[in-house]
Design a binder for this molecule. Structure first.
Ligand code: SF4
Ligand code: SF4
Length: 209
């Protein structure tokens, strides 16, 4: 196995993607006069799966910076989260458990949180590789604010940022993304599994150079 390591340049680009997304989000939120302040809900208990080694590696970088006691606590919560999700799924329910990184309503790895955590809230659009456009209406509270407003002009266009993330992911995986195990994991699973590793290709294992 080999470690999946984000180079300095990849880290810079990933942070740039997150920052630009954050600016777009803030811009739309400001126009809608929307914020999470005073919300009775906390969407960190929403069930999301994440799909890139790049975000997994970046999340793990943040996790490794926590002190050992915090890491143990998060690991325990993550195992618990996974158990709860399995239980819900076995009962045919969509899991809904608080993210193991949320403490007292706040994210303890805020700088390392996932793309989905940075986009949930305001309306957004994205174009899939097959050309289909997906529209996200925003969270329940934002939908109340949006009401009858012209949503397309007041939404975050995620496509350019997602394309850049996909490019970065391909580069990180030496353009072998299609040959490698797919990532489809919760944050808890990414934490329990540890930093991402990849199988070494057969020819490299047998030093056929
Ligand atoms: S990573 Fe942070 S922002 Fe994202 S769901 Fe978990 S606690 Fe919430
Ligand atoms: S995104 Fe929406 S549901 Fe989530 S905390 Fe903010 S206002 Fe509440």
């Amino acid at each position: 196995m080999r470690d999946v390591v984000l180079s300095k340049d990849m880290l810079r680009r990933l942070r740039q993607i997150y920052e630009e997304l954050g600016r777009e989000y803030d811009n739309v939120a400001e126009q809608l006069n929307f914020s999470c302040a005073g919300c009775p809900d906390n969407c960190c208990d929403s069930y999301f799966l994440h799909h890139t080694y790049a975000e997994w590696a970046y999340l793990q970088l943040g996790f490794q910076e926590l002190d050992p006691a915090q890491q143990d606590e998060v690991l325990e919560k993550s195992r618990d989260y996974i158990r709860q999700c399995r239980q819900a799924e076995s009962e045919g329910e969509r899991p809904q458990s608080m993210c193991p990184l949320n403490k007292g309503g706040l994210c303890i790895l805020y700088e390392h949180r996932m793309l989905v955590c940075r986009t949930h809230g305001v309306p957004a659009t994205m174009m899939r590789p097959d050309g289909r456009v997906l529209r996200f209406p925003g969270c329940f509270r934002c939908q109340e604010i949006v009401g009858d407003q012209d949503v397309p002009s007041l939404s975050v266009e995620r496509t350019p940022m997602l394309r850049r993330l996909a490019l970065l992911e391909s580069e990180l995986l030496d353009n072998r993304r299609h040959l490698l195990p797919r990532v489809k994991m919760t944050i808890a699973e990414m934490i329990v599994k540890g930093p991402p590793v990849l199988p070494i290709p057969h020819c490299e294992r047998n030093s056929c150079v």
